[in-house]
Ligand binder design. Structure first.
Ligand code: ATR
Length: 285
């Protein structure tokens, strides 16, 4: 089976080793390549991959939005996120899917978090956040608040979702139990009415530059579990800050492995053992 991950940059991608480790668990032989593709080259590179027998792919930064246009069908997760991280060749057609948010949820569950009824703060309003909102709403968190440095981006994202949900409720009435809200970074402190957080997810790219979002101290009043979607050999600035204030923390390596496992499941129908692969990739960071 020919698989590949497309992105730019791509040399750092751990997807090939993760998928090879999954395949070995099931006695499968796969070819999984890294393909460097700029947005201008992406469509052409993808066609060449297909012509060479490619049957499945992952897509990473900055191509996830562009990948929508390569697919003839989109899963509901890809539609919600308006981004594709997994391409699946099914009956001669490319299906676009997004496993990022479900991968985050799986990792939070692995870490012992209970999402149903939880008060969840998400920092950031970029591409990384788009994929999280659907799974969080499906998990019936009690409150999902999106706080971003540029407040208008958080507000726009939330109003887009509110419009979509209003449409869905008309078609399929259901009890909708999550309070969905948005604000600037100062709103991360929470409010008297809504209390403070059980889980704080840093979905900004601040960790890549050793910075952290400038959020108020009161954000951590309830000692929430603090998760950074970025990972590396050392804790991010956000994780260090939260740890110094007595919070339990995690980086996003587990999310990387879980989203890969969900892609792998789409291609092969096998459920990989993620724990051994997480331990092995962690030891090589
Ligand atoms: P991604 O796809 O990783 O989400 P993105 O779409 O470029 O990347 O979004 C980056 C996010 O990180 C944005 O929410 C950005 O905030 P702005 O919208 O205000 O730019 C946020 N971000 C990046 N660096 C940050 C920092 N040092 N402090 C706070 N937020 C930061």
């Amino acid at each position: 089976m020919k698989l590949a991950v497309f992105g730019s940059p791509i040399a750092h991608s751990r997807s090939p080793e993760i998928h090879q480790a999954f395949a070995m668990q099931h006695g499968r032989t796969i070819e999984y390549a890294r393909i460097l593709a700029s947005p201008e080259q992406f469509a052409e590179c993808f066609q060449a991959f297909v012509a060479n027998g490619g049957v499945g792919a992952n897509v990473t930064v900055p191509l996830k939005e562009q990948a929508l246009s390569l697919c003839s069908t989109l899963s509901s997760r890809a539609t919600q996120a308006q981004a594709v991280n997994t391409l699946i060749l099914r009956d001669g057609e490319w299906l676009g899917h997004n496993t990022d948010g479900d991968g985050l949820e799986a990792d939070l569950l692995r870490l012992g978090m209970k999402l149903r009824g939880a008060r969840v703060l998400v920092l950031g309003a970029g591409g990384a956040v788009r994929g999280i909102i659907g799974p969080m709403l499906d998990a019936e968190v009690a409150h999902l608040h999106i706080a971003n440095r540029t407040e208008a981006k958080a507000q726009n994202l939330v109003s887009e979702w509110q419009q979509r949900l209003a449409g869905e409720l008309e078609m399929k009435p259901k009890v909708f139990s999550t309070l969905l809200s948005a604000g600037g970074l100062s709103s991360a402190a929470g409010s008297a009415e809504n209390g403070s957080w059980d889980i704080v997810i840093n979905a900004t790219s601040s960790g890549l530059t050793q910075e952290r979002p400038e959020i108020p101290e009161a954000t951590l009043a309830n000692k929430p579990f603090c998760y950074d979607m970025v990972y590396g050999s050392k804790p991010t600035a956000f994780m260090q800050w939260a740890e110094e204030r007595g919070c339990a923390v995690s980086d996003g390596l587990g999310m990387l492995i879980e989203q890969a496992a969900l892609s792998y499941f789409q291609w092969f129908g096998d459920i990989p053992d993620t724990k051994v692969v997480l331990d092995s990739v962690r030891s090589q960071l």
